[in-house]
Unconditional design. Structure first.
Length: 436
């Protein structure tokens, strides 16, 4: 037996030992003894397991009850480690899937999204779960990450937190959004749209918003460009709230700070300021855009933000509403709808999935990948897994090195793909918080 095989079998032995402890009544920190009920691994009959790889692969499943109406299932398909050079092609796996199932009819608690101290920074999923007092959770939205080292946690797409629209959805049709009503634990999926504008209450002048809590584009000076006809970027108008970070993005342009009533309290000819809990600001870049903001931003302003679902129906931004962003709808009405595609994003990768079943259960899954002990899934394979797990509707959340599932004490359930299983800090997470 080669070294990787010995390591893999040792890992399986350790997992079996842990499952044995669960069955014996040893429970996670903070859980009651009755919450620790678990099942020993059971073998799934051939042809009835996940539609991954060869049909003769051995698949085992074990389930642990975390709380009433909340279970955690571990699925292991395949018994031998993959050759390192065949992770993206092997039909033998293995695959490791962690599945969190929440039955709103039985569970005492609610689902929500959380982002940590502010939007601009990143936090590990395990820390987000722990700080939220949640029973369990997974990573959620795509975020700027290395594209913006100064504000790595900035969501790339929709971000609604407790009824506040803090990040706007993209027009990109591949964006798939997840809306959560914490009061009813109802979940809606699809591509949402938005509009935003500020209105001067005295003059009636109106100015559209380009972004929310997102660093604006700073146009390149025309004099520095070889072909000045390409200098057409007008700049942006962006609304910032205290949730963004310790201060708003600095740089050239204009920033207007508003109080809780929307009245102008100060104007600066450069961008970058700290906002109090009762303040918001408007930033503008580009000569023409700056002039427009200056013309509108005097006296008191009214800000209008609207969100609509993919059918054009208005979404009420009420307290208890949360929204995160994914890429690609996986299933809709029980059918696989993920498009064909090429490139590294569509290759086998770790994946995080959110979905709902026909009878109203909410499922969150983490598929380990890029490892000899779990190879990950392509987009098509991810959709097939979602359907096989009973997800009538499902979307693909941020994956790759971001994929993580954690329990209330910060313990990781899955094995992230970072070096040595290192967990990546992310922008936000979906968590299940116990209690009313």
């Amino acid at each position: 037996m080669n070294t990787s095989a010995r390591v893999f079998r040792a890992a399986l032995g350790a997992a079996a030992a842990v499952l044995g402890l669960l069955t014996a009544g040893v429970v996670p920190a903070g859980a009651s003894p009755t919450d620790g009920a678990g099942t020993a691994p059971t073998v799934v009959p051939a042809g009835q397991g996940l539609p991954l790889g060869d049909v003769d692969l051995v698949e085992t499943r074990s389930t642990q009850t975390l709380a009433r109406g909340v279970t955690l299932t571990r699925i292991v398909r395949g018994t031998d480690p993959a050759p390192a050079d065949q992770i993206n092609t092997t039909p033998r796996g293995p695959w490791v899937v962690s599945l969190l199932t929440i039955d709103p009819r039985k569970a005492n608690g609610h689902l929500e999204a959380t982002y940590g101290p502010d939007l601009a920074r990143v936090e590990k999923t395990s820390d987000l779960v722990k700080s939220a007092g949640a029973l369990a959770g997974v990573n959620a939205s795509f975020f700027t990450f290395t594209a913006n080292p100064q504000f790595p946690g900035d969501p790339v797409g929709l971000g609604i937190f407790d009824g506040k629209l803090l990040s706007e959805p993209l027009t990109d049709p591949t964006e798939a959004n997840l809306l959560i009503d914490a009061k009813s634990n109802k979940v809606l999926m699809g591509h949402v749209s938005w509009s935003g504008s500020v209105h001067n209450r005295q003059s009636g002048a109106e100015l559209p918003l380009e972004f929310l809590n997102h660093p604006p584009v700073v146009p390149v000076a025309c004099s520095t460009l070889p072909d000045q006809t390409t200098c057409t970027v007008p700049g942006d108008v962006v609304r910032f709230t205290p949730e963004f970070g310790a201060s708003t993005p600095p740089g050239a342009g204009v920033e207007v700070v508003l109080d809780r009533r929307g009245c102008v309290v100060r104007t600066a000819t450069t961008r970058g300021t700290a906002l109090t809990a009762n303040e918001t600001s408007l930033q503008a870049t580009g000569q023409d855009t700056v002039a427009l903001l200056k013309a509108v931003a005097n006296g008191c302003l009214r800000t209008v933000l609207k969100v609509s679902d993919e059918d054009g129906t208005k979404v009420s931004l009420h307290k208890g509403l949360y929204g995160v962003t994914g890429r690609y709808r996986l299933t809709a009405g029980g059918e696989i709808v993920v498009p064909d595609g090429t490139g590294s994003f569509f290759d086998r990768n770790p994946r995080t999935i959110a979905g709902t079943t026909r009878d109203g259960k909410i499922l969150l899954a983490a598929i380990d990948g890029r490892q000899t002990t779990s190879v990950g899934t392509t987009m098509k394979e991810t959709a097939a897994v979602a359907k096989a797990l009973g997800m009538r509707d499902a979307i693909n959340l941020d994956g790759g090195g971001s994929t993580a599932m954690a329990l209330q004490d910060g313990t990781l359930v899955n094995h992230p793909s970072g070096t040595g299983g290192a967990e990546r800090a992310v922008g936000d997470a979906i968590v299940f918080v116990p209690g009313r």
